[in-house]
Ligand binder design. Sequence first.
Ligand code: SF4
Length: 76
Amino acid sequence: MIIISHYRDKCIGCNACVEIAPEQWAMSRRDGKSVLIGAREKKGVYTVRLPDEAWEANRKAAEACPVNIIKIQKLP
Ligand code: SF4
């Protein structure tokens, strides 16, 4: 299991995460920021738990994010 967190307030809408992992990220037409698909919001931070298979693409998305607001962790 992995967990991804998105500090969405600081998203600049560059589209990098969407290009790298479109199965998990989409652009919002409403505010031009990306959306972490399936995530729940708590105090402005969006999180989702996913199977290990989602690690590689989302790790690349996190590395590519120019404002470093995608965090990804492996859960025990
Ligand atoms: S890569 Fe980062 S800044 Fe760019 S759209 Fe995704 S979350 Fe937002």
